[in-house]
Design a protein around this ligand. Structure first.
Ligand SMILES: [Zn+2]
Length: 73
């Protein structure tokens, strides 16, 4: 597996982790914190044109923007 390309297995593993953490959030503040950290850790990606956050298993935003093929580690 390449270190800087998102592999499907890795995308699925990271998405599962984010989903599990979000499921334990009881407040919007907690969800916001998990989302912020997930974005920073490249467990989520943000569509910059519309500022929407997506799971790594989502390959394109509703606006048509593609998931970045490489994310900062
Ligand atoms: Zn978008």
């Amino acid at each position: 597996m390449s270190a800087d390309t998102i592999e499907q297995d890795e995308a699925e593993a990271r998405t599962a982790a984010v989903v599990a953490l979000l499921a334990e959030c009881f407040t919007a503040i907690e969800r916001n914190a998990v989302t912020r950290v997930s974005l920073r850790a490249a467990y989520l990606w943000r569509c910059h044109p519309c500022k929407e956050d997506h799971y790594l298993t989502t390959e394109a935003c509703g606006c048509g923007a593609q998931r970045p093929s490489q994310l900062p580690a």
